[in-house]
Design a binder for this molecule. Structure first.
Ligand code: G3P
Ligand code: CA
Length: 322
């Protein structure tokens, strides 16, 4: 969801301002300015009862290099309240924000360190990684952008008053990363009530890792990346508050199955679908009742969802009008 004033509703139906049926509770309200609330994102009571949250996947990677500080700053300028990232570990044990397990796609590592194939993140020290240009591959306007440390990334998200969906990427490569992550989150203030209460979700494709993290900090909201069968959901619900699937796996029955199960905090499981860049698909997912949409173009998707929530109205929306 974007942080901005609610857009004025301009559509009319039968000469009545749409704000009237909204006030009467006849239609879902438009997405509001995301209040900088500490409350955890709530789930949708029914499809379209709420506009899904919009989460910037690796920031706003259609406008700035993914997983960089520039990308979350761009998100902030666009009013994107939630960003997603990927966390891995360097050779000397420092946590950094990068998606691929090698440095080749998003940095100039091959040029700077030609003899170090296959250029795995875990084979380079932080000092080496900080020498790399993580912006030029995207656009030379971003030349000199660095692979951020998790420390600097967390501080910038805070500075921007944003919220974070933090993915522990490939934890099987980094034994003990869950405990290290807890220490880092604590050190940077991200385990205080304000953050845990609604500014942080930790997710992973790796159920064992997520279970370990949940065991260490059961108060932190967690998400499992995948689309388990309905019969398996209760097992995941022991350690995950969210089930976050590839959007292509989502249909109405599956969303209902997820919402029917309560997670470790006694609330129904939530669904954050990824990676959705088509506005029509995002609107369709909203109608299926998903709670959040993870997207490379959060500004575009947020607009589409708000538009959809505002209307258009039909005669069926107005009692006795048909
Ligand atoms: O947040 C969901 C998404 O990030 C999972 O896939 O490969 O982009 O990390 P990936
Ligand atoms: Ca990710």
């Amino acid at each position: 969801m974007r942080i901005r004033p609610a857009s004025p509703v301009t559509r009319t139906l039968l000469g009545l301002a749409v704000t009237v049926p909204v006030a009467l509770g006849l239609v879902a309200p438009a997405a509001e300015a995301a209040p900088d609330t500490d409350a955890a994102p709530d789930t949708a009571a029914t499809a379209r009862a709420r506009v899904p949250l919009t989460i910037g996947h690796r920031g706003v990677p259609v406008q700035a290099p993914e997983n960089t500080l520039a990308s979350i700053d761009r998100a902030a300028r666009l009013g994107v309240g939630w960003v997603e990232n990927d966390v891995q570990r360097t050779k000397d044990g420092k946590l950094v924000v990068i998606h691929d397990t090698t440095l080749t796609r998003t940095t100039d590592v091959k040029k700077r360190f030609p003899g170090r194939a296959p250029w795995k993140v875990g084979d380079f020290t932080l000092a080496e990684i900080r020498k790399l240009d993580a912006g030029s591959w995207f656009d030379r306007r971003f030349a000199g952008e660095r692979v951020p440390t998790l420390d600097s990334y967390l501080r910038r998200v805070d500075h921007n008053r944003q919220k974070l969906l933090l993915e522990v990427k490939a934890p099987e490569l980094y034994p003990g990363i869950e405990r290290q992550l807890v220490a880092e989150l604590r050190r940077t203030g991200w385990l205080d009530r304000r953050h845990v209460g609604g500014r942080l979700v930790v997710q992973s494709f790796d159920a064992a890792s997520l279970k370990t993290f949940h065991g260490l900090r059961p108060d932190v909201k967690t998400g499992f990346l995948g689309a388990p069968k309905p019969a398996e959901l209760r097992d995941y619900a022991k350690f995950a508050d969210q089930i976050n699937p590839d959007h292509k796996k989502v249909d109405a029955a599956w969303v209902r199955s997820v919402h029917a199960v309560k997670g470790p905090h006694g609330r129904r499981l939530e669904v954050s679908a990824w990676t959705v860049d088509d506005p029509d698909r995002a609107v369709a997912l909203a109608h299926l009742g998903v709670d959040a949409i993870i997207t490379n173009a959060p500004h575009v998707i947020a607009d589409a969802l708000e538009e959809d929530a505002e209307g258009p109205l039909t005669l069926a929306d107005v009692p006795d009008a048909a």
